[in-house]
Write a protein of this length. Structure first.
Length: 194
């Protein structure tokens, strides 16, 4: 069984180094998406580990964007994160800012879903509902093809992530959309309290 810090410790660490609403919302979103994936891919007993890695995957990004995934091990050590946890966090930046390759299925899911949550979130904001509840994969695919839309979300990383998992791109989009739908209200409620 993989060990990870408890959620309160992880959230405190996140908030110590992240003040911007956007970064905290992204962290909570990726946390929820990773928990959904763990439970739906048969890793329910590791759901806390998957979720906490998701929560802290960008812990160093707001303050040290030039050292993203390089500063993270030092920050994660503050709350006693183990090597497997640190490897998982750093692997999501593979080929961009890290040479730590995603090898475990959880790391491949994080690599694939991280950028995609950003694209889905941006697409949701363009909808009258401001939500992903009524978003279909077909409309997400249109946004994906429009390179000017949410240009900061790397389509290459999303495609590579789907390939690493051995899934068609549409399957990755559908699953990640389901995961985000299932947690949207909970995240909004938690953000309102922070």
């Amino acid at each position: 069984m993989k060990t990870c810090p408890d959620r309160a410790q992880a959230l405190d660490l996140l908030r110590k180094y992240n003040k911007e609403h956007f970064h905290i919302q992204h962290a909570l979103t990726v946390e929820a998406v990773m928990r959904w994936y763990a439970e739906n891919l048969g890793y329910g007993d590791e759901a806390d580990f998957w979720a906490t890695v998701g929560l802290l995957h960008d812990v160093d990004f707001e303050q040290w964007p030039e050292e993203h995934c390089k500063k993270a091990p030092e920050l994660l050590a503050e709350i006693g994160c183990g090597e497997d946890f640190i490897h998982a966090v750093c692997s999501h930046g593979y080929g961009l800012c890290s040479d730590v390759e995603p090898t475990e299925e959880m790391e491949k899911v994080l690599f694939a879903a991280d950028e995609l949550t950003g694209l889905i979130g941006a697409a949701a904001l363009m909808r009258p509902s401001k939500s992903c509840q009524d978003m279909e994969v077909s409309s997400l695919k249109k946004k994906f093809k429009d390179k000017k839309f949410a240009a900061g979300c790397s389509r290459d990383v999303i495609k590579e992530g789907a390939e690493r998992l051995g899934w068609p791109l549409e399957e990755l989009m559908d699953k990640t959309l389901q995961a985000m739908r299932s947690s949207e209200e909970t995240i909004a409620a938690e953000l309102a309290k922070l």
